[in-house]
Design a protein around this ligand. Sequence first.
Ligand SMILES: O=C(O)c1ccc[n+]([C@@H]2O[C@H](COP(=O)([O-])O)[C@@H](O)[C@H]2O)c1
Ligand SMILES: Cc1cc2nc[nH]c2cc1C
Length: 338
Amino acid sequence: MTFFATADAFTDALHSLPAPDLSASAAAEARQAQLTKPAGSLGRLEEIAVFMAQWQGNPRPRADRIAAVIFAGNHGCAVQGISAFPPEVTEQMVANFRDGGAAINALTHACGASLDVIALDLNRPTADISYGPAMSEGECLDALNSGAAAVSGECDLLLPGEMGIGNTTPAAALCAASFGGGAASWVGRGTGVDDATFARKRHLVARALVLHEQHCTSAFEALRRLGGREIVAMAGAMLAARQKRIPVMLDGFIACSAIAPLAREVPGIVDHCLAAHQSGEGAHGRLLAALRLQPLLALDMRLGEGSGAAVAAQIVRSALSAHDRMATFAEAAVAGVP
Ligand SMILES: O=C(O)c1ccc[n+]([C@@H]2O[C@H](COP(=O)([O-])O)[C@@H](O)[C@H]2O)c1
Ligand SMILES: Cc1cc2nc[nH]c2cc1C
């Protein structure tokens, strides 16, 4: 299905974002004030309940239908040796996701989420970003539309995840193009690369920035030139979720890099997003700060696959359970504030 027929259609969608439902959030806040606890004592759980209410347009929001979607893609620049693992691992892990043996299978089971796996042209890697644009306009639109098509309206919370050997390199390039700072600020150790590989990654990103940075004048152009199919698909899914007012749980460094060029153009694009965690990837803290998001967790995870988002989804379930199930002071006949 085509959600974004042209680059302009994508840009138009990015510039006409639905606003939150402030009457639902006001009603949720009023309920929080009546629940049997000192005001504010459930901390960020209270904020999460209000956040979910305003995006679902429901003062008693739900987290019964949580949907994880993993997008997988391969990267032309991976042939330069920028990962601790060979590119064929992307396809092998897709098989593992489908067979139920990966971390995300266990973690979606634990939080009660569904899991879809969308492999994007794995036998046709993107072009090497240090020599030219990663994708043609048509290829970038295809990836955006694959992401948007994966977002079902029947969903309370979306967990976009990714798998792509080498993808911390284009992710770093997207961050640098979006927020400045150069390659050294954004390149990290990914799957655990050695010093020589780390230096190669930095060099590759620096070259890609020289080639593309001045042409990244829109979110679409940054995604097309520096992204990868799974990264672009996540961006499409995050924008489509916003159009449907579905809240999104952002995972780690690569998932957050997908929204970075969109946030540079329209900072409010992250308003329907929670940040699940601060990944062990070195620059993720800087990226979250640039996006003005505060992570819910810091568990030194750096797996990807939507794994951090699935763990943090349990916190959302806890927040909404408290919001929905607790008695009010009146119901429980507990003396409230005089
Ligand atoms: O989510 C993260 O923060 C994260 C940090 C480092 C690595 N990863 C995962 O590892 C792969 C990319 O690492 P690399 O070293 O191949 O660029 C890719 O499949 C990601 O899902 C994920
Ligand atoms: C085994 C493996 C699993 C992954 N899951 C996400 N990225 C990954 C990278 C590797 C190498």
